[in-house]
Each structure stands twice: as C-alpha cells, then as structure tokens.
Design a protein around this ligand. Structure first.
Ligand SMILES: [Zn+2]
Ligand SMILES: [Zn+2]
Ligand SMILES: [Zn+2]
Ligand SMILES: [Zn+2]
Ligand SMILES: [Zn+2]
Ligand SMILES: [Zn+2]
Ligand SMILES: [Zn+2]
Length: 1754
C-alpha cells in the first residue's frame, strides 16, 4: 500500500552537477558579506540535495553535498585546489602526541592496572600493543561506544603514557606552542571566516525548534509543500511496540517497520512518511493514539521537508568539520576558538554552550555527531580543553537538570563527557578551587532528591516507577563525584583546603539526610502488610560507599583538613542525636558493684535504623586520627572533651542489636525487606562503610569508657540485663514452665552478644585500630576465605571489597598465603591456603557469614584431624592495638565480663535445664582463650620495670563472689573438661588449661614451687594423653569408615555424572564387555587372518548373550529370537564435508545412490551401546511419548528432546537417541554357501554378473510392459537365455524373526527420514541406500577420528563405538531382507554399472565423482540380493572379494588421476622397486587412455607414494567394514599404534602388497575398464582443467584457527558490521567455529526464513554450514554456543582462560584471556565425534532453564 503512494526516485537535477566548487569559492572570496552569500548558497542548494523523497539516498546526497556545498568551502579555505591545499597543511602540521581515537561500540579497550591513574584511563588496541603496559597487569573491556584513547595524556598514566607510535612526537613538544604559527596568515583568516559561518549555521539549524518555518536567512522563494512525518526514539517503548504501531500507522510491511524501528533506534529519528501536511499529520495521530495508553506517547513531528534537509546537512557539516581539522592542529585550534567565542548574548552564548544547553532537545544522531566533534577538537587541544571544562562546570547544574527530564541513556547525553574533565587531576583540582565543583555536584544531587520526611531525611517510601527512573539518573552524579575524587591531591593549597572542606560540608548535609533514614519498628502480632521500600536507600548507600571512603582518603592526606573534617563531622553527629538523652528519666544499671546511668530504650520496641553514615564517617575519621598520629600530635586541636562515649556507641550498638534480634527470630513479622537489609549491611559491597565502621565506632567508644559500664549498657540494649542481674535465672528456667521459643531467643541473643565482644577485642586489622598495615588486613581476609575451602581467583575477588579503582589488593599478597593449583581440562585454577597460615585462623572472623563460619570450622577441624593434631581451634595471636584503642583489652578482665563468663560456665556445669547452649559455651571458651593469649603476649613483650596489668589468669583462679561462693572459673573449666556432653569442646578446654599453666609458669618463673606443679601436670598429662590417644584411635576408625561410605556413594553417583564421562564409559564398558571380549578373544590360531573372500578366516560360531537394561533379563542373540536393540542417534552430518556450500535442493527428488567424494552431507549413526529388548524399548518409548505430550499440554514446556521427532533419552544413561538398531549375528554366515572349489576369477566373475544383470534388465522391461495374459509372461521367461544356474524367480525366505524384521524396518526408516529430511516412508526405494550410506559414513568418520588422534585402527575402541559399528554394519548388511528384492537388485545394477559399463545406464557419474568407500559398501551389501538367485556355485565371499578388488582398482585410478606429483627433484636414488615399476607402467597405460592429457612422470617413486598415502583411509575403512561384517578378529599388529600398517592391512583384506598386481592379474579386463573410465566426459573435462576434483587422501576438517589473544577476536568482531543494515555495528557478532563466518546474531536485521519461519542468523547458518548442528563463539560474551536443530542449544565454556585458569563468560572481569589449546581440541573432538547434540541434551537435562531459551532466534 505504502509503496504505491511513494513517488519515484527523483532524477538528479542537472544544474547541480554543473556547479563548480572553484567558481563558487571565487565568488565568496570577492564577497563583502560572506555570511549572506554563503547562506544564500545553502538556502538554494541544500533543499535540492537532501531528502527529496520518502527515503534518503545517502551515497547520492554525499556526492552532491561534496560537489555543491562542501567543495566550495574547501576551496575557500585552501585558496587553491583542496587536493593540493590540504596535503600541504598536513605536512606542515606536527602530528599530535595524543591518540584520541574515538571508540566504536564493541571495540576492545585496555586499562593498565599498575599504571592507569584510574580505571577510566584506557588505550585503544593499537596503542596498547605498542605500549609498556602489555606486559603489566591489565584489564580488557569492550567499549560501549563514546570515549577515546588516552594514549599520550601524561596525567592519565603513572608510567609509560606514550605508545611507540605516539612517543615519536613527544620530543618536539614545546610547552604552550601556538599551533597557529604553522599556518599561513591568509589561511587562518579564511578558515576563521568559514568555520564561524558554518559552525553557527549547524548549531542554529540543529537546535531549530519550529516545524514548518526556516530561519529567515534560509527561507526560500519558491517553497515546496512537502512534509515528513518524523518518528523519534525513546527508551520507554519496545521494539515490538514500535514495529506494531508503525505497521498500523503507515501501512507498511513488517520488514519495513523493522527497518524504520532499527534506524530510529540507531539514529534517534527516522521519517516514516513523506507527503503533504495532512497525510503526514494523519500518520502522526495514529502513532500517538496507539502508544499513549499506558505511557507517554512516542514522539512524532510533522516537519517541513526543507528543515529536515537543512538539518541533515547540518549533521554532514559537523562531520566535515571533524575531518577538516584532522589535517592540522592549527585548523583545530581555530575551530575551538570559534566554538568557545562568546556570542552576542553574553554569558553562555558561545556555540559550544548553546549545543550543551540544547543537548536534551536534540535527537540521538545529532548528539553523538557533535559529541564526537567535541572529542576530536576541544578535548584534543589542551588549552581549550581547560576553557571547555570551565564552560562545562558552569553549565553543570542546568545540564543535569535537562538530563533528568531527558529520556535517553547517559551514554548519549553531554553529561557523560564529565569523565573527560573530572578524572584529569589538574583539571579536576582547578574546577574544585575555581568553580567549587565538589559543592556544585553535591548540591545538584541534593536538589534532585527532594523527598524528605519530617526530620529532613530522605524518604523513599512512596517510590514510583518514574521516581525510580529519575533516581537512576541522579546516581550518575555520584559517579561524577567519584571521578572528581579519584585522583588525590599531592599538594594542598589553602584554596583547595577551603573548597574541599566546603564540599565536605555539603557532603555532610547529604549524609545527614541519610542518617536514620528508613527506620523500622518491630512488628508484633501481625505480619507487616506491605514490604517497605528499602532498595533505594541501599542503592544510595552502595553507590556512595566509594565516595565516603575517598572523602576519608582525602582527609587523611592533610592534617589540617583531617582535624577540621573531624570537628565538622562530630558537630553534625551531635545535631543528629543531640537530644537523645532528653525526655524520660534515665535508668541506673548495676552489676558487681559497678553502676551506670543510661537511657530507656528498647530496640525491639522503638524505631531503629540501619543507616548511620555520619556515625560511620566519624568512626573512619577517628581511626585516621590514630593512624596519622594526629591524635597524639595535636590533642589540643581536637574536640576530644566533647566526645561522649555513650552517645557515640548508642546508634551503632542499636544497629548491631537489631541484627542479633533478627537472627534470634524476633523480627520475623517484618518480612523479607529487613532480612535483605541485614544481608547487605554485612555484604562485601557495603560492609566497609557500614558493619565494619559500626564495630570501629564501638571500639572507639569502649576504649574511652569504663568497660564495666559499657558491658552493662550492652546487656541492657541486648535486653539481657534482667537475665544476668537475676542470679538464679538458670534455676528459674528449669523450674518454671517457660515458653521454649523465648529461651531459644535469649540463648541466641547471649551468643550474639558474646560474639560481639569477641569482635570488639579481636578485630584489630584495620590500620589505625591495630598496629598493622593494609597488607596485613588483606592477607587476613584471604586467609579466612581460604580456610573455608580452596578458591578460584574470581571467587576470591568476589569475597573481597574492591576500592574505587576496582582493585582488591589481592595479587600482591596472595603468593604469601596460598599455593596456586592449575586447572585441568575442565574446572578452574584454585588457590589453596599454605599450611603454615592455618594458625592464623579465627573461628569468629567477623566477615564470615554463618554458613561460612560453620564450613570453615568443619574444614579446619578436619585438617587438624588429618594432621593428627587435637581439634581445638584456639584464638590466634593478635597484633597489638594502637595506643588510642589500647585500653580495649581491659574489657576481657573487667568484673562484669568475668561475671558473665562465670554465670555461663555455671549454667554449663549444672547442665540440666536449657538456660545455655553449646555455642554459648564455645564463645565463652574462645573469650577466655583470647584473654589468655593477650596476657601471654603482654608477658612476653614486657619491658623490664613495667608491671603487666593484665591479670586475667589470676582473676579466673579466684572463686567468685556472685553467685555466692561459686567456684572459680578455672575450677569450673576443670569440671567441664570431663563432662561427657562436651566431647567436642574438650580439646579446647585442655588448650585453655595448658595455656593457663604456661602463663602461671611465666609469672612464677623463678619460683621453686613450679617443680611440683610441673610434675603434677606431667602425670596428669600422661593420663590425659592416654585417653586422648584412645579417643583419637576411635575417631580415626570412624573417619575411615565414613570416608569409605562416602567413596562408595560418590562412586555410585559418578555413573551418571557427565563430567566424568570417560570414567562412565569405562563402567559401561565393563557392563557390556561380555560380548566385546568374546569377539576379540583369539579363538583363531595366530596364522594370517583374512577378513573376506574365499580365504576368509573361519571363526567358530559364538553364542552371544546380552542383558536388557530395562527388564534385566538375559537373552541370546539369535536369528529367530526376539530382537534386541541398541539405543541410537541418527543425525545428518557435514563433519567430513569438503564443500560446505552444497545443499540438497529438493530432498523428495534427491538420489543418494552415489556419494560424491566431497562427502558434503552424510548420515551419522551413534549409540551409547545400551541393549534393550525391542518390546521393552517399545513400551518405554510409548510411555515417554504419552507422558511428554501430556506434560507439554499442561505446562507448555519444552523438553531437551523432541518427542514429536521420535527422540527419547536412553533409559540408562540419558543419552539422546532417536531410534534403535537391532543386534544381529554376522549376517553373511546365514547366506554364504561355503563352496570354495572352482571359483571364477575376476574377469569371469564380471562376465557372469554382467550376464545376470542383463537378464534381470530384460525381465524388468518385460514386467513393465503391461501384459494381458500373465501366462505369457512366464513363457517369455522360458524363452530368455538365462545364465547358468541363475533363477530370477527364486525368492529366498527371510530367516529373521518378525520382531527383528520390524526393527530392521524401524531403523531403516529412521535413517531415511533423518538423512534426507523427509517424511518416513518405509517403502521408498531409497531406504536401503540410506542405510548403507550411514554405515559407510559412520565408519569413515570413526576412521578419521582414529587417524587424527594417531590411534591404532583396532586398538581398544571405546565400547560404545565398537558396539555401534558392529550393529550398524550388520544391520546394513541385513537390511536387504526387508526391502523389495527388485529394488535392491536395481541399486546393485546401477552401482555396478558405474564401474563396469552398461548401455542401459546413460547418466552415471564418472569415477572422479564417486566416493569409493560408499560404493564398496553399497555394492557389497546389495550383492546378496543378486547372489541369492544364483545357484551356479559362486559364493558370496567370492563376490565380495571381486567387488572389493574392482573398487580398489577404481580408487587407484582415481588417485593417480588426481594426485599432483610435482616435486620431481626429490627422486629417490635407489633403484626402483617392483611396486614403483608397476605403478609407472600403469600410469603409462593411463596416459595412453587419456590421450596424453596426463603429465609425464619419469619415476614411479612419487606415484607409488601417493597411491599408498591416498589409499590408506580407504583400506582402513574397508578393514573396519569387513571386520564388523564378517566378524573376523583383527590381526594383532593393527591393534597397536605404530607406523603404517599398509602390509598388514593388505593381508587382512586379501590384497596383494603390490596393489598394482590387481591390474596385472586381470589385464584382459582391466584395460577395458580403465579405458571406459577415462572416456567419461567429466574425466576429460577434468584433465583439460575445466573442473576440479577431490584429491586423496582427504584432509580431516578442523575447526578454524583461533588467535592466541582473545582481544584480537574482539577487535575483529568490532570491525564487523551487520551485512544487512548498511554498516551498522552488530550487537552480537558470532563466529562460526566450523567455517569462520562472522554472523550478526540475535537481531531482527539478519533474520532469515527457514521452512516458513523467521530464525536468527545462527540458526539459519546452522542449516547451511552444519546441516543442523553447528558450533559458534559469541565474541562479546566469550561463550561457545552449540546449536542443534531449531529448538536445541546450550552454552559451553569457551577455550579461553585467564592467567588464573578461569574462563570469563560474559567478559565480566576483563582479565587478559588466552587460548587454551587443549580445551579447544576438546571442543573439536566433540564435533568430530558427532557429540554436539548429545552434549546439548546433557546440558539441558542438567539445567532446565536452557530448555526455555528461544535458540532459534540466535
Ligand atoms: Zn590509541
Ligand atoms: Zn598511542
Ligand atoms: Zn602499566
Ligand atoms: Zn527387556
Ligand atoms: Zn545409554
Ligand atoms: Zn544484522
Ligand atoms: Zn559455518
């Protein structure tokens, strides 16, 4: 419809072509008012050139624009022919030392992790390869488009800023040299003039907002009345919506609509209709109406055609400017000047300002065009970059405001340019001091987050989709903030200090709005109605994490700044929580004679918030005071007296209590949002500025207050004060009937509280808290991760916090704590903890999740048991605290602490009742251990006259005061040591007592009493040792038993795990070995074994028994018994193809009788070798069918196998199958009449067979003539001269049972159906051909695999292959019994005629076009159909032998005709052997036959070599074939690998070693045959060079070569553009690993039609390249893709590994990737073995989500 209305392409206006650029420029040079002149020119010509119809013609427009519009300008600038002018300018130009290459989408970029100032500094591939960084640690990413190469920017790199190419120019850099001095004065003036006019014109027209009116000076006299309906893109509507709407609105086809939508998406706008105003307006209203229902409608404008024309030219002009300034830095500078010159309207009126401020109004294409121009001009000129940066900062707020309203991604917004200024250290610093950038950014951010609650805090409760959208945009401001802060100042000016602190103030204001946001209140009774919004607040926190850290880093760099920041932060914290002690009366707590006042507050009853950024920032600064020693240097400058420890700790403590209560299950009714918040609070992404800082804040508080007071406050916040202040709590519990949940709850709370104390004392690995450095901190993290289990590099990285540069600092320390174990063929490289590091393990490491903690505990205990150590996991020795935190340790020996310990031990001693738990006790023991370690440390490091005031050991040996007269802690421990219910903790208690004794000894080192003490200890210890040994022994026995059971279990599982497929195959091999062994066992004497012919070695009859995997019954394989079958999978294959372009055009008519030697498409049969009764399989299969059909109806799910296509999974191994092969005995033995006397020789045999064929042909002809009387028919028969003993009326009885016959038909039909892709038809005459073909093809493919892997032909073949080949060959040999005799005879006659000429067949292929092995198999297997009617005494074996010899001869001729023996110089010196003379003679004959068209060759040496090499694959295939056909064991020589087995093969195959003898022995007939073969017209054409032929041996196909470095693949793919949509970059470039084609996958543009359905490029390619199965590499994702058929596929791990032995699927990590040859070989092997489909099946079974993917759209 639409196309009818479209006018024809208008012809080119002749006047345009006659326009002369030189003349126009001349006119301009004369002009007094250049602007007017140029504008008139544009007004006249632009509309004539651009967009004169519905569709643009880019090439023509470009050509005309260059000729008429741009040409004159170039002439004008140069003052001469630009063809000379520009090269001159270029020569005078000093090349830039900046690269500045603007990245395309998908292009690889590199960042050096050692030298880049921040991760945004990147290099293009070319620069990277020429830089020093290629040997550093680097990261590779693919560009999202935009941004440019930083090579040459000295501020971007700590080292090596230039690559080799850009270094060349650095010597010439003179600072501040004006590039204009290299330009002639007149050129400068003219350039300035024309740039000013054109740039102005472009800006004016691009920012023009009227739809039908041009600027006055561009208005034309005669204006056409045509319009465009212009559709703009947005990010709200989907592709599908747009396509659907367009089809409706402008009546176009789906294809056209897709085209429109694609362009709109790419360029930002596209006209969808051209015509008069009303016509366009109508389309607009339809589009608007159709898209306005749920969302904002699509943006559509009806624009006058001349405006569109000028705008298109405006774009062209910008790109022209970009290319012109490429000629010279001088021209570039002029453009910068023009751009930044203030316009008539003063401030913000320069052209650059105008563009920036109109950014959000422009469409995508216009934006990216001018952004690119900015990048190649302003950002490349250092002087103007600075001025530009200032403009950018001045417009910052407005641009951000526009960006919030804009609906385009940030990538196409001018705001994204911020990275170019803000990350440049000097620019950033200049912008901070001069433009107050920090404050501006933060304030702008605050302006956009307006939702606050009554206290002024952010509120995200009513968080709509639109808000979410804006919120996402606001976050880009945080990114800008990060950019500004990322490079830290090395020097501070007062100005910088002042402006930074101003920014810090603004930042505190921001954090203040977050302090206490999203508070929660515990739900009691009812569950919350609606999950409250929490993600927004956490997103904000997460995004700000690095900024908060960087703020602290900045403060740390300057003492003055640190002090001021600390004061400011404290002041704000006091503002936030100033009044918290007001209101209610304080309560007084007292325990052990200590008492403290605190407020009444209950976490479980009042509001509590997890967001406390101000407290945490203060904690961070406090640590810095300690770390930088400012705290000791300038105490007078610090507001230390204002610090109120209880206030400092209050909120962090509440937060930690909240976590404890959630864990105790007290907040269950608050739903998942709270659980999630707690999770993120501890998560590696947040914890650094949340959980970690809360711990530090508590440590800060405790170090400043009486620990007894702290502990009491803590008890009270944990709501445990009552329990511990009530002496007989434990007793009461057991006597009263208390709710079990409450007890459980209290127990958990106590455990959590003890854990918190452990953390407060134990966590001293932050520099500034403890005396450690950053390396110690990271080491400790890694050690604890590896204590859980060995980990891969990426796993470790994920568990460690990243800094703002995405670094964890891991690489520098990992060597010190771990060993690296390389990966194998699967799996990843792993780091294992060094054994000596295990002693640093802290069971209560604060970053362990609960699950990790218990895993680590288990792993460490196991390790200890393995080392035959006790299993105590005592606390590690800790580094000392920094002075500011030193008093923290006293908490361990404080009275309240001892009281708590004693109380809990007391409960444990009186273990009846449930007032205690094992974990509680374990924590108490750990605390005691910590205290003892501490005391020991103190004693060891004590200075002479100092007294160690830490006297824990002494305190625990004293009896307690309360509960009254209770035993000492030590005494209780000794009691517990023997408690039978504390078996697990015994080792730990023993360790404690031992350490205690050691301390005691240290204290009383000189005391004499120690001797007695020691003795006591010894005796005690020896007895202890004894029962320890006994226990160990028992434990060891138990362990061994356990391990054995585990091993057995895993052995059982392994059978079905496909990772261990090889192992699995062995198991299967054992199962099935009963008949593999039978066959290979040497029953025959070691004399020469012969596989065929009258001399065939006679093998005694073997009985073969097999077991059905379904019913487990054993049965013998017999002709007359029920059929036994193997599950099998038949597939089309192009694995051996030498011609991938060939496709079967019409499968219904295709004649597969002769296989072409290019083997372009074969039928492969595979089997897992599992045997079933035919009827058992049938039952199984039917039930699968029924079940799957039901399931699909119900769930609309796919399965990994296609039931409708007859697919099923092997019931034992789940191997994908689509049919079954019957098991048979060697079928020849049934028909072979063993009569070896007086057999005809080849000549006689050929004659006889030819006669028989002739007779048959006459008969067939007679039959086809309709006869009235059937009697007449038989009369004719009698009249016919039948060859002696030939009885064509004889029909042999089929010896097989019905069940076997049925299976023969089943498998035959399946092969036919799959092989030809046709509907099943068991009567089709091509069925037997397909069966023989599959047999031949499968043998050929296996022969290839064995040769490629250098394996012996009859070596230990995997059992499933052996079984498969045997049954396949025997099946193919038996199949004729279920086919029509006449059909098989017909095939035989035709096949035979290809070698022995027969007048009845005209159009047979020449011998060059026949695959001889396929021919051999066909002839041999069809022969019985003829032979069964022959009673003259010729045996089947004789026929086989003659057929084989005949085909071998044909093959030799084929090889001689096609071998190219050129290297005559390399002749052998030794006298020619018998073979060589013979082959030379044969070659001469051949030359005669071909009329000397063959080259003359003087020596036979090369000929014989080519024959031998060329025929080997054929001989090997034949040996396999006859071996399986006749069941003759293989000669032992061929069972081992070694040098060529040529002679052995010949013997086995009953061939003379000198193959040429075949010709000599039968010279009378061979000469005739050879002549007839050479007479064929195709052979002549070949010899005359008119066509090609396959030569031998055929090389194996390989997957394509992949580059070693993955980035060259990425680069290759980034240069690849979609072949269908004119130069567009493909989003999913995908490489076919079979043929090397790059495809544009997963996109609308490259969909193709396959059987009437739209499929993606990969699926379409699969059919042409791999006949349904193919292997791809998705380059951007770094994933291998297997596709099979239309519905099957899976991803497979790529053959590229990083240095840590890991793959990087989806390229998330960006470590350099290198080809792993072994893994690539493995993929190739899967392909060669035809296992891709099976692999997909397994992957899909294992991962059901793979089943749901629409593979056909890839
Ligand atoms: Zn570069
Ligand atoms: Zn470079
Ligand atoms: Zn580097
Ligand atoms: Zn069975
Ligand atoms: Zn199986
Ligand atoms: Zn495409
Ligand atoms: Zn391909």
């Amino acid at each position: 419809m639409a196309s009818e209305l479209e006018p024809e392409v208008p012809a080119i206006d002749q006047s345009l072509l006659e326009c002369s650029a030189e003349e126009t420029a001349g006119k301009w040079l004369q002009s007094t008012d250049l602007t007017r002149e140029v504008y008139q020119h544009l007004a006249h010509y632009v509309p004539k050139i651009y967009c004169r119809g519905p569709n643009p013609f880019p090439q023509r427009e470009d050509m005309l624009a260059q000729l008429v519009l741009l040409g004159p300008m170039e002439w004008y600038i140069c003052g001469e022919d630009p063809a000379f002018g520009f090269p001159k300018l270029e020569q005078a130009n000093k090349p830039s030392h900046l690269c500045g290459r603007v990245f395309k989408v998908g292009e690889p970029t590199y960042s050096c992790r050692d030298c880049a100032v921040d991760p945004t500094c990147v290099l293009c591939m070319e620069c990277f390869l020429g830089s020093i960084h290629r040997d550093h640690r680097y990261r590779m990413t693919t560009s999202g488009g935009g941004g440019f190469c930083d090579c040459g920017d000295i501020e971007a790199w700590k080292e090596g800023p230039y690559c080799e190419k850009h270094k060349l120019n650095t010597s010439e850099i003179e600072e501040e040299e004006d590039p204009l001095i290299h330009l002639p004065e007149d050129v400068i003036t003219r350039t300035y003039n024309i740039f000013a006019i054109m740039f102005h014109y472009a800006v004016e027209i691009l920012t023009w907002e009227k739809e039908s009116e041009l600027p006055a000076d561009l208005e034309m006299v005669e204006k056409t009345d045509t319009y465009y309906c212009m559709l703009f893109n947005d990010e709200v509507h989907t592709y599908e919506q747009v396509i659907y709407t367009l089809q409706k609105a402008v009546n176009c086809t789906q294809k056209e609509a897709i085209g429109f939508a694609t362009t709109v998406d790419r360029d930002g706008r596209r006209s969808v209709r051209y015509g008069d105003f009303a016509y366009c307006e109508q389309a607009k209203s339809v589009i608007v109406r159709n898209t306005s229902r749920q969302t904002k409608p699509l943006k559509v404008q009806v624009m006058h055609s001349s405006i569109v024309a000028h705008q298109n030219f405006g774009l062209k002009l910008l790109s022209w400017l970009g290319s012109i300034i490429g000629y010279s830095d001088g021209l570039r500078r002029i453009l910068c000047q023009v751009g930044l010159q203030e316009g008539p309207d003063g401030e913000n009126s320069s052209l650059v300002d105008r563009l920036m401020l109109n950014d959000s109004k422009l469409w995508k294409g216009a934006r990216s065009m001018y952004h690119q121009l900015f990048m190649s001009s302003l950002l490349m000129d250092l002087k103007y970059k600075k001025l530009f940066a200032v403009r950018f900062a001045k417009n910052y707020q407005q641009m951000q405001r526009d960006f919030m309203e804009d609906d385009h991604e940030r990538a196409v917004s001018v705001t994204a340019l911020s990275v170019q200024f803000f990350t440049a250290p000097t620019l950033a610093r200049m912008l901070i001091t001069e433009e107050n950038l920090l404050t501006i950014i933060i304030k702008t951010f605050m302006d956009h987050l307006r939702h606050r609650d009554a206290q002024g805090r952010f509120q995200f409760e009513r968080y709509t989709a639109l808000q979410a959208f804006k919120f996402r945009r606001v976050q880009s401001l945080i990114l800008d903030l990060k950019y500004v802060l990322i490079s830290k100042p090395t020097e501070w000016s007062d100005d910088l200090r002042q402006k930074f602190l101003e920014g810090f103030d603004a930042f505190l204001e921001l954090l203040k709005c977050m302090q206490g946001m999203d508070p929660v209140t515990r739900q009691v009774g009812q569950h919350i109605e609606m999950e409250p919004e929490w993600e927004a607040a956490f997103t904000l926190q997460m995004k700000l994490t690095h900024v908060i850290s960087m703020m602290q880093d900045w403060c740390a760099l300057d003492e003055k700044v640190l002090i001021e920041a600390y004061k400011k932060c404290l002041a704000v914290l006091m503002q936030c929580h100033g009044g918290f002690t007001d209101g209610e009366q304080p309560v007084t707590l007292s325990i052990c004679g200590h008492s403290v006042e605190t407020i009444r507050y209950c976490v479980s009853q009042e509001k509590v918030s997890i967001h406390l950024p101000i407290s945490r920032l203060l904690a961070g600064l406090h640590v810095l005071l300690s770390k930088s020693e400012v705290a000791y240097k300038f105490p007078e400058l610090l507001p230390l007296s204002e610090l109120s420890p209880p206030m400092l700790i209050e909120h962090p403590l509440r937060c930690l209590v909240l976590c404890a209560q959630v864990h105790a299950g007290m907040w269950r009714r608050n739903g998942f949002s709270l659980v999630n918040q707690i999770y993120y609070y501890h998560n590696v992404k947040c914890r650094r500025e949340m959980f970690d800082k809360d711990i530090i804040m508590l440590q800060t508080g405790v170090s400043m207050m009486d620990p007894n007071h702290f502990l009491m406050i803590m008890l009270s916040r944990f709501e445990l004060y009552q329990i511990f202040s009530t002496p007989d709590y434990g007793k009461r519990l057991s006597s009263e009937i208390t709710h079990k949940d409450v007890v459980q709850q209290n127990n958990t709370l106590i455990e959590e509280m003890l854990y918190l104390i452990i953390m407060l004392v134990g966590e001293r690995f932050s520099p500034g808290v403890g005396q450690v450095n950053a390396t110690d901190e990271i080491k400790r993290e890694i050690i604890h991760q590896l204590c859980i289990k060995p980990m891969a590099h990426s796993e470790l990285v994920k568990s460690l916090p990243e800094d703002e540069n995405k670094e964890t600092g891991m690489e520098s320390v990992i060597e010190a704590v771990a060993h690296f174990k390389k990966p194998g063929l699967t799996g990843r490289g792993m780091y294992e903890l060094k054994p000596e590091c295990a002693k640093e393990f802290n069971l209560y490491f604060y970053h362990f999740s609960r699950a990790e903690q218990s895993k680590a505990e288990e792993a460490q205990r196991k390790l200890k048991r393995q080392n035959r150590e006790d299993t105590a996991l005592p606390p590690p020795v800790l580094p000392p605290f920094c002075p500011l935190f030193a008093s923290l340790v006293n908490i361990l020996q404080s009275d309240v602490m001892l009281y708590i310990i004693r109380t809990i031990l007391h409960w444990a001693v009186e273990h009846n009742g449930y007032a205690w738990s094992e974990s509680m006790l374990q924590r108490v023991l750990h605390l005691i251990g910590m205290a003892l370690q501490e005391e020991k440390q103190h004693l060891e490091n004590v200075m002479e006259e100092h007294v160690v005031t830490f006297t824990f050991a002494q305190k625990i040996s004293k009896p307690g005061e309360a509960p009254n007269n209770s035993p000492s802690i030590l005494a209780m421990l000794e009691t517990l040591q023997n408690a039978p219910y504390l078996e697990v903790h015994k080792d730990m208690i023993r360790w404690i007592l031992k350490t205690f004794n050691a301390i005691k000894k240290m204290r009383e080192s000189s005391s004499a009493s120690s001797v007695a003490e020691a003795e006591g200890t010894i005796t005690e210890e020896s007895s202890r040792d004894k029962d320890k040994a006994e226990r160990k022994r028992k434990a060891e026995i138990a362990r061994l038993r356990r391990e054995k059971v585990m091993a057995q279990m895993s052995e059982m599982q392994r059978n079905f795990i496909d990772e261990n497929k090889d192992l699995f195959q062995q198991t299967v091999a054992e199962e099935a070995s009963n008949f593999a062994v039978l066959d290979n066992s040497p029953m025959v004497s070691d004399t020469t074994l012969t596989a065929l012919g009258p001399a065939q070695t006679q093998v005694p009859k073997q009985r073969q028994f097999v077991t059905c995997i379904l019913c487990q019954e054993e049965q013998e394989v017999k002709v007359e018994s029920k059929a036994m079958v193997l599950a099998a999978f038949v597939q089309r294959s192009t694995v051996l193809s030498k011609n991938r372009n060939k496709v079967i055009q019409d499968p219904e008519k295709y004649d597969p009788l002769f296989m072409h030697p290019d083997l372009s498409c074969g039928t492969h049969t595979g089997s897992c070798g599992h045997v079933m009764h035919a009827h058992c399989w049938q039952r199984y299969f039917d039930s699968v069918q029924a079940k799957e059909q039901r399931r699909q109806q119900r769930l609309r799910l796919h399965t990994s196998y296609d039931v409708e296509n007859g697919e099923f999974l092997c019931p034992l191994c789940e191997c994908l199958s689509n049919t079954v092969i019957p098991l048979l005995l060697p079928p020849r033995n049934i028909f072979n009449k063993l009569n070896f006397s007086d057999q005809p020789n080849l000549t006689q045999w050929i004659r006889t067979i030819s006669q028989q064929i002739k007779a048959l042909q006459i008969l067939r002809k007679e039959e086809s003539i309709p006869n009235i009387a059937s009697s007449k028919n038989s009369e004719n028969m009698d009249e016919l001269q039948l060859p002696e003993g030939f009885r064509p009326d004889f029909h042999p009885k089929n010896p097989y049972s019905d069940s076997i016959k049925e299976m023969l038909t089943t498998f035959g039909t399946a092969t036919y159906k799959v092989g030809l892709k046709v509907h099943p038809n068991e009567e089709d005459p091509r069925v037997p051909i397909m069966c023989w073909g599959s047999c031949a093809y499968t043998i050929q493919s296996i022969e290839r695999i064995l040769s490629d892997e250098d394996k012996p032909l009859f070596g230990p073949l995997p059992c499933r292959l052996d079984d498969c080949l045997r049954s396949l060959t025997r099946f193919a040999a038996a199949h004729w019994t279920v086919a029509l005799l006449s059909v098989v005879q017909g095939h035989f006659c035709k096949l035979f005629a290809s070698l022995v000429p027969n007048d009845n067949y005209g159009d047979l292929p020449c011998i060059l076009d026949i695959d001889m092995f396929h021919l051999l198999v066909g002839l041999v297997l069809a022969f019985p159909a003829l032979q069964c009617q022959d009673f003259s005494g010729i045996s089947l074996g004789t026929g086989d032998l003659h057929i084989f010899h005949l085909v071998t001869m044909a093959h030799i001729i084929q090889i001689l005709l096609t071998s190219c023996t050129e290297e005559n110089g390399m002749d052998q010196e030794t006298p020619a052997g018998e073979e060589e003379l013979a082959v030379l003679a044969l070659y001469k004959t051949l030359r005669q036959c071909t009329g000397s068209a063959l080259k003359e060759i003087p020596s036979g040496w090369h000929l014989w070599r080519s024959v031998r090499a060329g025929i080997m694959p054929f001989l090997k295939c034949s040996a396999l074939f006859f071996h399986y056909l006749n069941g003759v064991p293989s000669p032992p020589e061929i069972q081992v690998s070694g040098t060529s087995h040529f002679e052995h093969l010949c013997n086995y195959l009953s061939l003379p070693n000198n193959l040429i003898c075949l010709f000599q022995e039968n010279s009378e007939i061979t000469k005739l045959l050879v002549e007839s073969w050479c007479q064929h017209i195709e052979v002549k054409r070949y010899l005359e060079g008119e066509r090609d032929a396959i030569s031998y041996p055929r090389e194996s196909n390989k997957l394509i070569d992949l580059p070693e470095d993955y980035s060259s693949l990425i680069n290759q793919a980034s240069n690849f553009s979609c072949p269908k949509s004119g130069g567009d970059k493909s989003r999913t470039p995908t490489l076919c690993l079979v043929c090397g084609t790059l495809l544009c996958s997963q996109s609308y543009c490259c969909q193709a039609e396959l059987d009437g359905e739209d499929v993606g490029a990969c699926t379409a390619h699969t059919y042409s390249c791999g006949s349904g199965v193919c292997i791809f590499l998705r380059v951007r994702e770094c994933q291998v893709l297997f596709l099979a058929g239309r519905t099957k596929g899976c991803f497979y791990s790529p053959p590229y590994l990083d240095d840590y032995g890991e793959t990087d699927q989806l390229l998330r990590r960006g470590n350099p990737l290198h080809l792993c040859k072994e893994r690539f070989k493995k993929i190739q092997k899967l392909w060669h073995q035809h296992s891709i489909t099976e692999e997909i099946g397994h992957a899909q079974e294992a991962n059901q989500t793979l089943v749901g993917i629409d593979w056909q759209h890839l």
